[in-house]
Write a protein that binds this ligand. Structure first.
Ligand code: HEC
Length: 148
């Protein structure tokens, strides 16, 4: 037993945050409240309403509502699978090398990178795949952790 404890400590130091440790409730929601809520909160229209009048909502800085775990993962593993990765990527995984258009909302400078890292850890090892709408395979979607 005595030997096991240092081994465990070394293990947790090497992997400071495994995907299972990052949850929507503990890490993503507070980040979302800070960075995304003003345009995707309760005052934003549900997705199907948003789609009917995109232009008007966009002019008003309103995107589709994502104010619960369920409405958020809709853009991750649901009908809009992968949208979150497409929008938040910093450009290192996109075809044209340009960041997704929500990346800039993740904060300034270092904070932006750190917040992206939290999102990536939440999605899980190997699951941050940037592909077009409808292009993620079932296997790729199944890799997504996104713990509640
Ligand atoms: C200043 C307002 C604003 C902020 C802040 C903002 N968004 Fe957005 N977002 C929009 C608008 C408007 C759209 C719809 C237009 C578009 O598709 O680009 C959108 C679209 C999206 C989409 C695509 C939805 C779809 O149709 O598939 C995702 C995903 C997204 N945002 C995630 C986020 C996340 C995560 C954050 C916080 C890090 C965030 N946004 C912050 C305004 C914002």
């Amino acid at each position: 037993m005595k030997k096991l404890i240092p081994a465990l400590l070394a293990f947790s130091a090497a992997f400071p945050a495994l995907a299972d440790d990052i949850t929507y409730a503990k890490h993503i929601r507070p980040l979302w409240d800070d960075k995304c809520e003003r345009c995707h909160g309760t005052s934003a229209p549900p997705y199907e309403v948003f789609l009917k009048d995109k232009k008007t909502f966009e002019l008003d800085d309103k995107g589709p509502r994502m104010d619960s775990y369920e409405s958020f993962v809709f853009f991750l593993t649901g009908p809009q699978a992968g949208a979150l990765m497409r929008r938040l990527d910093d450009g290192s995984n996109t075809k044209d090398g340009q960041p997704g258009n929500m990346y800039r909302h993740l904060g300034r400078g270092e904070q932006r990178k750190e917040n992206l890292q939290i999102f990536k850890q939440w999605i899980g090892e190997g699951a941050w795949i940037v592909k077009g709408a409808g292009e993620l395979s079932k296997d790729e979607i199944q890799k997504i952790k996104a713990a509640k």
